[in-house]
Design a protein around this ligand. Structure first.
Ligand SMILES: *[C@@H]1O[C@H](CO)[C@@H](O)[C@H](O)[C@H]1NC(C)=O
Ligand SMILES: *[C@@H]1O[C@H](CO)[C@@H](O)[C@H](O)[C@H]1NC(C)=O
Ligand SMILES: *[C@@H]1O[C@H](CO)[C@@H](O)[C@H](O)[C@H]1NC(C)=O
Length: 605
């Protein structure tokens, strides 16, 4: 009681405003909090300001090393799938010189000699209507001291030289390069290209958030020309589960990004099982790649130089892995340089850091040298699936049976098991492969239809929904291209598992019946895509010397392995109708047997 009275008299002696403030304690506490928050805010502001001020004084890695891409056009915006109509002359006719207005699509297959494996690759590409393949390095032999290295070096040289010198390629044309020994095509090219574009769009959104934009200055005037995204994906390779053949402390193995699959995609032991088969794919695989000519040229000319330098040891897989690792290394240096230090610290504390692991990596960067190639990987095998250490990951799934798809996921221990219907892109854009070829009016089909060898399932009853499609169960994706770089003994069995078996011969004959010559070229101008590569040729392959190799020649003797139907040699299954000559619109023999050239006027339309 005494104390209270004391306090009251003490209060009474204070000036009125102070007394009031003292009595209304709650407000005081609130203002204290307010003060603290403001002070912290100001402090943070200074840390941020200091953090970014500090970094801007260093030279950008983006400028120190050439980082402009080959073109300011992004591959994801290419009009390859939606050609514009050709220009029509004033009198309503087509111009006499047929010029394709949109970019073309090309398929390159490094292969030095004939083999049943090459025939499987080519056959599956043809029956899905990919452009006629160009074989790189066909007919070359190697007898030097290091035949294996010489073959690898020649393959890379061949690819680079074709990308650089071929008169058939435009800078913005799209090119798919696949190994010639162990690739099966599964889905049509439209789907592959669409997925390529979509994946680039998705990835590039993420890269924009991660690395930001850069002001491009005119080197002479210093004026700002434009603001562009610093780093993009423009070329996509397939992904593999182990870093090979590079040593584990190599830049190819350490600095590359993490997989986009969830950390438990392979169950509890994901990424930790010693033999690697439960790793999420993360490392570049050189067996399949897609990108535009100008971007691929930058990559392959660099690879050619690097391989040439280290004669006895490294192949393209090694060098491409390093190229990718160094690209990511420089991107990370640039990110750290321009990052907000405080944000970095906070992200680190709460464990959401975006930093790339640079532990133990010290790349000797050469001033003025390019390390940026726009390389990205397809981690989820939407485009490419690689078999190495992944043979347990696929099943042939029939998508109209949902109980079956769900069971398969259970069997593989896939977390968050989900009913998966047929992907909508296949549903929407892939034509039923069993629809027979409809010839144009007056067109003579070749080979002529023969009921014994040309029987296909009824397209009303069979389509993509009910044929078995090789599916990566862990990513729930159906790859367009399967690269069987694992156990060789499985190739034979798996070939028979593919959806085209046992109709492979009939489907290939159907493909051969497709449009040729002038009719087809016109159709491509009006938006038809069955004529991807205006050079023409159907029913065979080109070599990099512009020689034509008929399918029958390329695959003679391998028919049983490819078709498994006991119907004999290709072209003779119906009594030899296919051997009769066919000419393209320029009067050049493109199929069958006959004089190599005739007067173009005589080409039957
Ligand atoms: C970073 O790389 C080093 C060397 O390869 C490795 O030992 C370490 O575990 C990695 N750190 C992370 C967080 O992945
Ligand atoms: C679906 O698959 C299950 C299990 O694999 C099978 O028992 C059933 O007959 C299939 N249903 C249809 C309609 O094919
Ligand atoms: C169809 O092919 C068979 C061989 O498979 C052949 O005996 C027959 O003559 C062919 N028919 C025609 C009309 O060409």
């Amino acid at each position: 009681m005494e104390g209270r009275a004391d306090q009251r008299s003490w209060l009474a002696s204070l000036p009125a405003p102070v007394r009031q403030a003292y009595l209304r304690r709650p407000r005081t506490r609130r203002s204290k909090v307010l003060f603290l928050v403001t002070a912290t805010g100001v402090l943070i502001f200074f840390i941020i300001a200091l953090g970014s001020r500090h970094s801007q004084t260093e030279t950008s890695y983006w400028i120190k090393h050439p980082s402009h891409y080959a073109s300011s056009q992004r591959p994801q915006d290419s009009l390859i799938l939606s050609p514009s109509a050709p220009q029509v002359d004033d009198d309503g006719t087509l111009p006499s010189s047929l010029q394709k207005s949109n970019p073309s699509f090309h398929l390159l297959i490094p292969a030095t000699k004939r083999s049943s494996s090459l025939c499987k690759t080519v056959t599956s590409a043809m029956l899905l209507n990919y452009p006629p393949p160009t074989l790189i390095g066909y007919g070359k032999e190697f007898h030097g001291r290091y035949p294996e290295h010489d073959a690898t070096a020649a393959r890379v040289r061949g690819i680079n030289s074709y990308l650089t010198n071929s008169k058939h390629l435009r800078d913005d044309d799209l090119v798919l390069i696949v190994d010639g020994l162990d690739v099966f095509f599964q889905l049509p090219p439209d789907i592959l290209i669409r997925r390529f574009h979509n994946l680039l769009k998705e990835n590039n959104e993420k890269l924009k958030r991660k690395y930001g934009m850069v002001l491009v200055q005119n080197p002479d005037t210093g004026e700002i020309k434009e603001i562009v995204q610093k780093y993009e994906h423009r070329v996509l390779f397939g992904a593999g589960k182990t870093c090979f053949p590079n040593p584990s402390h190599d830049v190819a193995c350490v600095t590359v990004p993490e997989s986009t699959l969830p950390p438990d995609a392979y169950g509890l032991k994901t990424d930790t099982h010693p033999d690697g088969h439960l790793n999420r794919p993360r490392y570049l695989q050189s067996g399949a790649v897609i990108g535009e000519v100008a971007d691929l040229r930058l990559i392959y000319s660099q690879v050619e130089q690097s391989i040439g330098r280290r004669r006895d040891r490294y192949g393209d897989q090694f060098v491409l892995g390093q190229l990718f690792g160094k690209q990511e290394y420089v991107r990370e240096l640039e990110r750290r340089r321009s990052a907000n230090r405080f944000k970095e610290w906070v992200y680190n504390q709460i464990g959401i850091s975006e930093a790339t692991n640079l532990t133990g990596i010290d790349v000797n960067l050469e001033q003025g040298r390019r390390y940026e190639f726009g390389i990205g990987l397809d981690y989820e095998s939407r485009l490419f699936w690689n078999m190495l250490q992944s043979r347990e990951d696929v099943e042939w799934v029939t998508y109209n049976n949902l109980t079956e798809t769900s069971k398969i996921q259970q069997r593989h221990g896939v977390p968050r098991e989900r009913i998966t219907p047929l992907p909508s892109d296949i549903h929407e854009y892939a034509q039923n492969p069993f629809i027979a070829y409809k010839p144009a009016e007056g067109e003579v089909v070749k080979p002529p239809f023969n009921a014994t060898v040309d029987t296909l399932p009824d397209p009303k009853k069979r389509s993509w929904e009910n044929i078995p499609l090789m599916t990566n169960v862990h990513s729930r994706e159906i790859p367009a291209v399967a690269h069987l770089n694992g156990d060789k003994r499985l190739r034979k069995i798996w070939w028979m598992n593919m959806w085209y078996h046992p109709w492979t011969r009939a489907l290939l004959r159907k493909y051969m019946r497709g449009p040729r010559g002038r009719v087809a070229a016109l159709s491509s101008l009006f938006g038809g895509r069955d004529w991807w590569d205006l050079r023409g040729g159907r029913g065979g392959v080109w070599t990099d010397n512009d020689e034509w190799l008929d399918y029958g020649e390329l695959c003679e003797g391998y028919e049983e392995e490819v078709f498994d139907d006991e119907k004999g040699p290709w072209g003779l299954e119906d009594g030899g109708e296919l051997e009769k000559p066919v000419y393209n619109q320029f009067g050049v023999l493109i199929a069958g047997k006959g004089p190599p050239n005739i007067d173009p006027q005589q080409v039957p339309n």
